[in-house]
Structures are given as structure tokens and as C-alpha cells.
Write a protein that binds this ligand. Structure first.
Ligand code: MN
Length: 721
């Protein structure tokens, strides 16, 4: 019965299509789900058929609707994907497989697994956007019947819907589906707030509808008088959009004035603006609330004019004005392609909404760090965009808090990379400043300029971030190759190896032993300090050099170290108290900026040509260094030797006599390298700075605790540079 309705629905818009393959999918699925029930008590098959109905409403193609009917057979029955392939071909099987896999993704696990889930979802969408359309239809039907599930599952599914699927629907421009998903999820997640808003809307419905009726008649008459053909839709705002407004503006329900909205749908862009004039002629517009998304479409291609005006009795209401075509795009987004472009296989490759996906997929390949990937994705998935302009008036849409650097990269990567300054609205601004709506941005460039590592700390767009990283990595690699080559030459001379006698194939063979395809890669590894030159020479000239023996330091001197202040200085022998897990031969030393002490959490950073710098995890430099995750390396404390670790400590005290004596008595068995007492003028207290030697973290902790017990000591902290 339900299935016949589906056929009838499709017949309406595809009278000539052969629906036999669809019926075959229906029969196949029905047989698979035979005897299965939904939690609601209905036969299971009701669900896939209703999903297909939703897809038919989107005017999906046959493959999409077959997938809708078959989407649960692999997941929930004994049927294998192979069977689906045999019966329905590759395309349907691939889509069913895609939907099955989407259903298994876990978006609420640890960050790295979560990032993995998002990556997989994006890949599935780029591969075939219909997979996501079927998933969204599946989710919509599940949300409509969510009430049958227990509270825990309702919450999980509701949260996933509002945080993941609704934003995706939004990004794909599917306004209607997104709205329904949000309201359904809201109803289950915030039952009380939902009820309160709905009750409130209901209590005002009568007067609101009266008001809307009145407004509508006025507008219709005025538009007719101006000869503007139009169709009007009057509506009361959706509960979830009211809720967001309450939360965003921190106001009560009685302060929401523009619950009501009027939509004017006309025939041309010209008439949209004409209608806006009619509205503003009739009622006073609220300044700052006029938005022209026709001239500047949103990234999901939404177009419309928005304005809020003050009505006859002082009530405010919103008016949206658009053409029929814009209306379809606003309601259906990417799905509109199947609906109105007959004979076309879904959206064109250059569709902005698909292009967005493809870019994300490209970028994610370069992003190793799951945290970074997630934050980039969030900027792109939950866009709060700002509209900025080039001096010639071209619009550049950027995420919120984007900087002139993001702007520069959005214009062209060469503009970004050679950017040396920016003017916003005619004034020079710092490159890290945030752009606002309407800013006119002028980028100043200088040929040959290179992007700065510091930019990574504040750029917002994935595009800028990846271009900057790419250039920095490339130039670092070039330096590393140069250093590596010189390092090997120097050691070769010192150890009496004649490199000139070694053939290219011998070089390549040794590189191969290290897992590199080219000698150049091995030079780079030498330059990064991953191996010692002696090791490599022992392999190149085994008769001349043995692997054991005295090692001279890598040539690193003379190469600028662009790391932040406090970067480690070079030690010849490395530091025997720390070592790199699994790589005993790496040159390791403790960073001077934080001088980590035994027992505390440490992390290594492969410097260029200088081995591994070991920082305390608390070191402020770690944050800025570790953006480059490929160069992060695990290190551990080596054997417990008797070592002394200098630590800088600052003690804040009351300014009273005898304080210093008490402090030094605590330090009785500790070697004090320096100690200085100052009076802090502005805070009527004393400050004592000292450097003492400790064996390990435990001893430091004891020391600090003892100092804190002294009466008059306000605070004790460890200093990093
Ligand atoms: Mn399903």
C-alpha cells in the first residue's frame, strides 16, 4: 500500500520512468526484513519505504530511491553486500555500502577517533553525495519516530542530529530538512524549553495570526498596485530558531518581538528590490537588519533579501523576499538539482557546496593532528561568516574572526604568501586582527616575502593554514637537505671516507636501508638530526668507518633557528639523562628555556640539524613549537643517574624581616646557584627569585611544599623563560 503510494508519487514527476527496478528493490528489501519489527511495533519495512518517500519528495533519482529502500538490509539482516551488487549493480551497492558505513561512525569518541569518523563521512560524501542524502532521509524518518526509543538513545540520536546532520543539511543548503531535523531534535533534547516555547507561541497564535493576516492584505494590495507579481507566505518562527534567539540574546520569551515572518516570492531579482522598497515605504525598517543575500549569496548558495520592520502597533516582524528559483534553492539546496534539472546526474562538479566538500577532503590529507582537523572542520561546518570586500568591491566570504592573512590567501596563495601588511578601511592594521562585516581590505605584498610561522597561531581558514605550512615545510626541508649534505661531507673528511668514490647506486642503496627512495631524503633526515653522519658513513664505507666510536656533532651552526625565544642552544654531546624512545642514537638535549627536571612530563622536538630538544610539557614554548606535529617525538628519562637539575623558582611573600632566613633554612641541603630578593613596590610584598639544583620532580615538589608552609609565603611558582 505504502509502496503503491510511492510509485504514484514518482509517476507524478517521472511519468515515463520504468519503475520495475524500484519494485524489485522493494520486494528484495521486504523479503530481507520479513518478520522484523520497529520499536514502534510497525513492520520494519515501513521505515525504508518512508525513507524512499522522503527521497521521492526530494525528487531523487532511481539509484537514490533504491538505496533508500535497501539502506538497512546489509546492516540489519543476513544479506551480504555482494548479494545487493548481484541484484542491483555496482552503483546501488556502493551507495548502500556508503550509508551502512555512515551509520557505524562514532562522533562522540576520543578526539582522534572522532576526527577519523568525520574524515570517513566527508570521503563518503565526496564519493557520492547521494549517500548523504539517503542518510539524511533515514535520519529524518528516525527523528520523526524517535519518541518510541528510550531516553538514552533519544538523547544520543538527538544530539548527533543537531550537532552533525542538521549542520550538514545546512551546508548543503537543504533549509527545509534542516529545520525539521532541528525542531525534532530540540523537542527531545530540551523537552522543557521546547514545551515552554510552543505553549507561548500557541497562546499568542490567535493574535499573531490576526496580525499576519492584516499585514498580508496590506502587502498584497501594495504589491498589486505596483504591478509586482508575488506569492506570500506568512509564518510563525520555528521553535528551535526562537530558542536559539533566546539563548543568543539572553532574553525572555516576552522580549522576542519578531516571532512572525512574512515571505514574498516574486518572479525576478528586480522585483525583489522593488518589493523591498514597497515594504520600507509602508513600515519603518530597523537599521542594521537589512541583509542583501541576493547580491552576496551565503556559502551554501542561499539567496534572499531580509529586513525587519516596525508594524502598525509597534510590533516588529521580519520580511524575506526572493524569487521562485531562490526559494527552491533555500528549501532544497543541493537536492534541487535532481528535482529541476532533468536528465542531469546530480549537482555539477563545480557546485560551490560540493567544492567545499572537496576542499575539506583535500585539506584533511595534510592535517595529521586530529585536534587541528576538528577545529578546522568546525569552522567550516558551523559557519558564522563575515562578508569582506576587496578595494574593487569583490566579496570575500570568510569565517568569523578571520584575519587579513586569511583574506589574502582567499584572493590567491601568492598574495597570501607575500603579504607584508594590510589596510582595513584605509588604515593599517596588525595582521592578526579580526575582520568584520563590511570591511574593505587591502593587502600589501612584497615579492619574495615568505610566510611567517607565527601566522599559524592566528589564521582561521584551512586554506591559509595549509598553504603556510606547506611553504614552511618546503623551505625547512631544503635547509635540512643542505645541512645534511654538509654534515656528511665534513664527517667523511674527518673519518677519511672519500665520498667521490661512492657511486650513486651505492648511495641510493644506503638510503633504501633507511627506508628512503632517494639520497636527498636521507640528507634531509641527517639535517633534521634523525641519524648521525657516522652511522650513515659506516654503511656507505663499512671498511673505513665502524658504527661505534667517537662522534662529532652535526653541523648545525650558522643555520638560523627560527623557533621562538628560548630555543635550545646546541650541546656537543647531547644529554645522557634523556633519550628518545626507540632511537638511542639521536642527539638529545634539554631545552634551555625550561630545563626539564627528572620525573616531570617531557616531550621532544626534532630541531633542524641540532638533534632533539627536550621540553617540559609545561613549557610555554611547547605550545608554539608543537604545531608541527611531525617533529614531535616521544622521549623518556634515561637511567636514574645522580644529576642536578637547575630550577628557577619565584616566591611571593609578605615583606617582613626574617623571611629570607626562613626560606634558606628550608633549602639547607640544596645547592643554591643564585638567590635574589626584591621588593615588589606595587603589591606591598616581597619577591625572592632563586635558582636551585634538584634531583627530580619529587624533590622539587617537597621543596615547594616546605616553602609554602612558611607563614607569610603567599605563592611559590616555577619560572620558565
Ligand atoms: Mn534506517
Amino acid at each position: 500500500m505504502l509502496y503503491r503510494d510511492l510509485e504514484a508519487k514518482i509517476r507524478e514527476y517521472r511519468p515515463k520512468d520504468d519503475l520495475a527496478p524500484l519494485e524489485k528493490a522493494f520486494r528484495f528489501a521486504r523479503q530481507c526484513h520479513e518478520g522484523q519489527m520497529r520499536v514502534s511495533g510497525e513492520p520494519y519495512m515501513v521505515h525504508p519505504v518512508k525513507v524512499a518517500h522522503i527521497l521521492a519528495d526530494m525528487r531523487m533519482d532511481l539509484v537514490g530511491m533504491q538505496t533508500g529502500l535497501l539502506h538497512d538490509v546489509v546492516e540489519d539482516t543476513s544479506v551480504k553486500l555482494e548479494d545487493v551488487r548481484k541484484q542491483f549493480g555496482d552503483e546501488v551497492a556502493r551507495c548502500v555500502d556508503g550509508v551502512t558505513k555512515l551509520g557505524k561512525l562514532d562522533f562522540y569518541s576520543a578526539e582522534d577517533r572522532q576526527a577519523e569518523s568525520f574524515r570517513k563521512m566527508l570521503l563518503a560524501m565526496v564519493d557520492d553525495i547521494r549517500v548523504m542524502m539517503v542518510k539524511l532521509a533515514d535520519r529524518l524518518h528516525n527523528m520523526r519516530t524517535l519518541g518510541y526509543l528510550n531516553r538514552e538513545r533519544r538523547e544520543r540520536i538527538g544530539r548527533e542530529t543537531i550537532e552533525i546532520y542538521a549542520p550538514i543539511a545546512h551546508r548543503l543548503g537543504m533549509g527545509k530538512l534542516r529545520g525539521e531535523l532541528e525542531d525534532l531534535a530540540f523537542q527531545h533534547l530540551e523537552a522543557d524549553a521546547f514545551r515552554e516555547i510552543v505553549t507561548n507561541i500557541e497562546s499568542r497564535r490567535h493574535s499573531n495570526e490576526g496580525f499576519l493576516h492584516e499585514i498580508r492584505q496590506t502587502v498584497e494590495a501594495e504589491l498589486r498596485r505596483e504591478g509586482i507579481p508575488a506569492r506570500l507566505e506568512a509564518r510563525i518562527k520555528r521553535p528551535y530558531s526562537v530558542f536559539q534567539k533566546l539563548r543568543r540574546q539572553k532574553i525572555g520569551m516576552d522580549q522576542v518581538y519578531d516571532l512572525m515572518a512574512l515571505r514574498i516570492i516574486t518572479d525576478s531579482v528586480k522585483n525583489c528590490y522593488a518589493a523591498l522598497g514597497v515594504i520600507h515605504n509602508q513600515w519603518r525598517p530597523i537599521p542594521g537588519r537589512i541583509k542583501d543575500f541576493i547580491a552576496i549569496p551565503r556559502p551554501n548558495l542561499y539567496q534572499s533579501l531580509h529586513t525587519s520592520v516596525v508594524g502598525p502597533q509597534g510590533q516588529t516582524f521580519e520580511v524575506q523576499i526572493r524569487t521562485e528559483e531562490m526559494h527552491r534553492i533555500a528549501e532544497e539546496g543541493i537536492a534541487a538539482h535532481w528535482k529541476y534539472k532533468e536528465g542531469r546526474k546530480g549537482p555539477a562538479a563545480d557546485d560551490q557546496r560540493i567544492a567545499w566538500l572537496r576542499h575539506l577532503v583535500e585539506w584533511q590529507r595534510d592535517m595529521q593532528d586530529p585536534g587541528e582537523f576538528m577545529s578546522t572542520l568546525k569552522v567550516d561546518l558551523y559557519p558564522e561568516e563575515v562578508y569582506t570586500f576587496t578595494p574593487r568591491g569583490k566579496v570575500i566570504v570568510l569565517p568569523r574572526d578571520a584575519t587579513p592573512i586569511d583574506f589574502a590567501y582567499a584572493i590567491h596563495s601568492d598574495v597570501g604568501s607575500t603579504c607584508v601588511g594590510a589596510k582595513v578601511n584605509g588604515r593599517i592594521v596588525p595582521l592578526r586582527s579580526c575582520l568584520r562585516n563590511g570591511d574593505v581590505v587591502e593587502i600589501m605584498t612584497q615579492p619574495g616575502h615568505q610566510p611567517s610561522k607565527d601566522w599559524l597561531a592566528f589564521v582561521k581558514t584551512a586554506r591559509a593554514r595549509n598553504k603556510i605550512k606547506h611553504l614552511i615545510n618546503a623551505s625547512e626541508r631544503a635547509k635540512a637537505i643542505e645541512i645534511g649534505g654538509k654534515y656528511l661531507d665534513k664527517e667523511a673528511r674527518r673519518l677519511g671516507v672519500q665520498l667521490g668514490r661512492i657511486t650513486k647506486s651505492e648511495f641510493d642503496a644506503v638510503a633504501g636501508q633507511y627506508g628512503y627512495s632517494k639520497m636527498e631524503d636521507l640528507y634531509a633526515a641527517l639535517g633534521y638530526g634523525k641519524y648521525s653522519a657516522r652511522q650513515v658513513l659506516a654503511k656507505l664505507a663499512p671498511g673505513v668507518v665502524n658504527e661505534e666510536g667517537e662522534e662529532s656533532p652535526p653541523v648545525g651552526a650558522g643555520v638560523p633557528e627560527p623557533a621562538p625565544a628560548g630555543a635550545p642552544s646546541r650541546t656537543a654531546e647531547g644529554d645522557p639523562v634523556v633519550r628518545v624512545r626507540g632511537l638511542d642514537d639521536l642527539l638529545v638535549y634539554r631545552a634551555k628555556c625550561c630545563n626539564p627536571i627528572r620525573g616531570e612530563a617531557i616531550v621532544g622536538y626534532v630541531t633542524r640539524g641540532k638533534g632533539v630538544a627536550v621540553h617540559s610539557c609545561l613549557c610555554p614554548n611547547v605550545q608554539s613549537l608543537m604545531y608541527d606535529v611531525e617533529r614531535k617525538i616521544e622521549v623518556e628519562w634515561a637511567r636514574a643517574a645522580e644529576d642536578a637539575f637547575p630550577v628557577r623558582i619565584v616566591v611571593h611573600t609578605d615583606d617582613r624581616p626574617g623571611m629570607l632566613n626562613q626560606l634558606t633554612s628550608v633549602l639547607e641541603n640544596t645547592n643554591i646557584r643564585s638567590l635574589e630578593a626584591k621588593t615588589a613596590l606595587d603589591q606591598d610584598g616581597g619577591i625572592v627569585e632563586m635558582t636551585v639544583d634538584v634531583r627530580d620532580k619529587k624533590q622539587l615538589e617537597k621543596l615547594v611544599a616546605a616553602m609554602r608552609r612558611i607563614s607569610g609565603v603567599r605563592d611559590v611558582e616555577r619560572l620558565f623563560n
